[in-house]
Write a protein that binds this ligand. Structure first.
Ligand SMILES: [Zn+2]
Length: 660
């Protein structure tokens, strides 16, 4: 008496992707409930089962659904928003500001549903995600019927879904508790990357992942820049550093690992970590070439991921598998590297193992969940078919297959696509909603790009508007008499500093935008003659002067100041100035008390270009009466320091330089 099952696939070329890479032709697969109950040659399987539904797979390959080992699915809504930029400008200059403004549970839900539609169409049955409001990603993925590892992002910055890392960690804990027994969703925690987290955050996420035995999904060693910084700041490369924070004790899924050495690969393998290789993203962002062959030789579970659709820009695993094979060949200068069966293995069973889901999915084997796809290998771009060798079938899928050749998709025993028709999602509605959001994001960026100030604000961080200053600047010939005069009893020196200042001014087409100054202050310890500290700041200086007093004492311009957490190169690429001028000076700076009022005295030697010595006296002010009073004191101080005869300069150094 044959066993009754739900679905019987017959007349297929079955690529099981099991340990022996077994193929069956004509093959059959029996599905009951959510699982595969039998795989084998058609005539044998047919005898044992009677099915409610029989599928004739003539001309098609039946194989495990593809595993997208690393992505950020809601970013479908940011696809094509900003391209051809460096990683930092792309991330800090565009993605994060737009995300801060737009990302909400509704945004995440829509983006995920769009991504699920695209992924199902291209034969993906499982994806490993990292984003904000991850519980909404989980809900949408489950609704679409896909299997997913959903990692709630945790990082040191305020995020769209959390004001602090403690908040996002609490969200992750809640989410994991609620979803840990779901049939399709595996909840996870995702510290974004070592450079966006503190050591404390990394340790806390590792503890959380271990407590609930869930995966920890993060970005590691993506760029050489990241590794250089890690070496400079912590004296070690990325993998030993995260090992120190306990990440290797968790079920780690490490995206990228482009810049890792053999020792680091071994540590990852020892820890049973999974790696997600992202060929398109690494190529597009010029991150480098991951040592995939070395990883595979070491026995590491390496899957393939699309990365987010804003850095790829699609969720097409057929393209990724092909690129993975091509890159490995080009990198090793050896066309036998990463042959088609092994490349496809990375996108299926190895990928599932990398996500710590090897027991559930990734191959067509009895007992595993029924995550299956049918791929038509008869279209014009993939004909004819050769049957001579076992590898012919893999080559057909990897080198000539297209995502549009996927005709049918089943996840957990349930149909998600039949004959190219999506069954769980309404594409037309999703597309219309996506178009609406794109319109709003466009308007937001157009508005922001109109002014340097709004671009500065969009970067986030602690932007402050400096209070008004009373100031005077005088050209002097010698520094020593001023230094001597500061020892007079009327002047009380509160503190003295010595800096080397490197300024770069950005100029824009529209002069009313003001100019942006990037300043690096090197603090110098004169006794030890060393640089003790370096501080970088960005200052937006307007063109407008607020007022003038006697003796050319000025009320200074409005300024916006922000700590410069990025490199000069970052700001150059982000603000795109029309021109730049660099100025260097040696600055002795005193904070003094004169007649119960504090003043800053700057004694500058402008060395690049050589403009000579200048004396500046400044004091912050907040009212007209106060400003008048201080202007009077500034005049007195000028006389006291013997500089009242000097030529006053009403311009900034930059104006002197640009005028000459
Ligand atoms: Zn990523």
């Amino acid at each position: 008496m044959p066993e009754t099952i739900d679905t019987l696939f017959t007349n297929a070329l079955v690529l099981t992707m099991d340990r022996d890479l077994t193929q069956y032709l004509p093959g059959a697969v029996a599905v009951k409930g959510d699982s595969i109950v039998a795989v084998g040659y058609e005539d044998e399987i047919k005898k044992g089962y009677s099915a409610r539904e029989s599928i004739d797979c003539s001309g098609k390959v039946l194989m495990p659904g593809l595993i997208n080992a690393h992505t950020h699915v809601p970013m479908t809504l940011l696809r094509g928003l900003a391209d051809d930029l460096r990683l930092d400008v792309w991330l800090m200059g565009y993605m994060m500001p737009v995300e801060r403004e737009f990302v909400s549970p509704e945004f995440v839900r829509l983006g995920t549903l769009l991504a699920c539609a695209e992924q199902i169409r291209s034969g993906i049955t499982t994806f490993n995600d990292m984003y904000y409001f991850e519980e909404d990603v989980a809900k949408a993925a489950a609704e679409a019927g896909m299997r997913a590892v959903c990692g709630q992002t945790v990082m040191k910055f305020a995020a769209p879904d959390a004001a602090s890392y403690e908040d996002s960690l609490a969200m992750a804990r809640d989410f994991i508790q609620r979803w840990k027994d779901h049939p399709l969703i595996v909840p996870a925690v995702s510290p974004h990357a070592p450079y966006t987290c503190t050591a404390e955050i990394l340790r806390a996420t590792a503890e959380l992942a271990k407590e609930f035995d869930v995966p920890l999904h993060t970005h590691l060693a993506e760029t050489a820049f990241e590794v250089d910084n890690m070496r400079n700041e912590n004296g070690m490369p990325v993998i030993p550093y995260v090992k120190k924070q306990g990440l290797l004790d968790a079920k780690l899924i490490a995206a990228h690992c482009v810049h890792v050495d053999v020792g680091e690969i071994r540590s990852l393998q020892h820890a049973g970590a999974g790696v997600a290789h992202n060929p398109s993203s690494n190529l597009k962002l010029a991150s480098g070439f991951a040592p995939v062959m070395k990883m595979l030789e070491t026995g590491l579970n390496v899957g393939i991921g699309t990365d987010g659709p804003a850095s790829n820009n699609d969720l097409d695993m057929f393209e990724e598998v092909r690129l993975a094979a091509f890159i490995a060949k080009a990198m090793t200068n050896d066309p036998t590297s990463l042959p088609a069966p092994r490349a496809l293995l990375m996108a299926t069973r190895l990928g599932a193992q990398a996500l710590h889901l090897g027991h559930l999915t990734g191959s067509v084997e009895t007992g595993k969940r029924a995550d299956l796809i049918l791929v038509d290998v008869s279209p014009i771009h993939n004909s004819p078919s050769f049957k001579r060798g076992a590898d012919n079938a893999y080559a057909q899928i990897v080198y000539a297959g297209k995502s549009t050749d996927v005709s049918d998709v089943m996840v957990n025993g349930k149909w998600l696509m039949r004959a190219h028709q999506l069954l769980t999602l309404k594409e037309d509605e999703l597309l219309a909603q996506a178009a609406q959001i794109a319109k709003k994001i466009d308007a937001f960026l157009i508005e922001r790009e109109q002014s340097v100030l709004s671009k500065l604000i969009a970067l986030g961080g602690s932007l402050e508007q400096e209070s008004f200053e009373v100031q005077v600047k005088v050209k002097i010939t010698e520094a020593v008499p001023i230094i001597q005069a500061l020892k007079r009893p009327e002047v009380e020196v509160i503190r003295q500093r010595h800096y080397r200042e490197h300024d770069v001014y950005f100029f824009f087409d529209d002069p009313s935008q003001g100019r942006l100054r990037y300043r690096e202050d090197d603090f110098i310890d004169d006794i030890k003659d060393i640089i003790t500290n370096v501080r970088s700041r960005l200052t937006l200086i307007g063109r407008k002067r607020e007022g003038a007093f006697e003796n050319e004492v000025l009320l200074s311009r409005s300024r916006y100041i922000a700590p410069a957490s990025q490199s000069l190169r970052f700001y150059r690429e982000y603000f795109k100035p029309k021109s730049e001028i660099a100025i260097e000076k040696d600055r002795l700076r005193w904070l003094i008390n004169y007649k119960n009022t504090e003043f800053f005295i700057n004694l500058d030697e402008v060395t690049e270009p050589q403009l000579g010595y200048f004396l500046e006296i400044k004091s912050r002010t907040w009212s007209r009466t106060d400003a008048e009073h201080k202007a009077q004191l500034v005049s007195e101080l000028l006389a006291l320091l013997g500089a009242s005869e000097g030529e006053t300069v009403t311009d900034d150094y930059i104006d002197i330089v640009s005028a000459s």
